[in-house]
Design a protein around this ligand. Sequence first.
Ligand code: ATP
Ligand code: MG
Length: 283
Amino acid sequence: MLRIAIQSKGRLNEESLLLLQNIGIEVDAPKRKLLSKSQTFPIEALYLRDDDIPQVVAGGTATLGIVGLNEIEERKADVDILYRLGFGTCRLSLAVPKGEDYSGPSWFSGRRIATSYPNILRKYLEEKKIDARVEVITGSVEIAPAVGIADTIFDIVSSGSTLVANGLKEVETVFESEAVLIANKSRGVQEQAVIDDLLFRIESETVSRGKKYLLMNLPKSALEEAIKIIPAMRSPTVMPLASPDWCSLHSVVDAADLWIKVRQLKAIGAEGILVMDVDKIIL
Ligand code: ATP
Ligand code: MG
């Protein structure tokens, strides 16, 4: 039974469980249980605070874990990063009070910077040869300048609205993060076989994310043009229709491009366009 460490509550919990569910692995949510065995896959979830996940996987108490790349980098955890999961995206940035006339990284020389990520920050300051004071605080970093603990902050940013609400502006992005699947380095052959199956499923799941299945009726004379608009994974599927001058064209497109493509296809004569969700793509 492979053990996977998952955040018990917080920003990564729901999406981690949803990912497992989408690849056919059902585990109980972390109500009062620390451990939950899946009935559908040889895996059990161990629910922890995200701070503890890197060490627990590095030490082998859990073979796998889902955690932010920022935590791995900060704790210099000795684990393998198996897969970037594409959720929990955020960045670690330096921010200064919004009225400051910011001139570049040397602005931070001699200033006090509050952060919960001292290791990542110190590495950046060393690289830039900036002599600043790092004030380590564990929560509510964004209020540090207002209460006088520091002059500026280095913290997690996603939309930036928390910074704005605290009268700060983001000036330097230092580290880009997202949730990652991590593994203990000395995992065995049998464990690796289960992990390979898991990775195969995760890949199919992430590839199909944000994809739409398109089918439409098209005059045969417009086929060449249509294939340029929707190239598909290998080549689009073309099927005959009862009417000899028409065909049915099927393809997969990125949801982000959907409306642009639909408009282009209509312009060359496509009719009866159907758009459907894609559940899985197995490459
Ligand atoms: P825990 O109680 O498990 O220690 P936490 O409060 O340390 O939780 P969360 O705020 O739940 O952590 O964030 C978990 C991870 O989510 C972060 O380490 C980061 O990788 C990611 N994340 C994505 N967006 C944000 C954001 N806007 N603020 C904080 N973390 C974010
Ligand atoms: Mg934490």
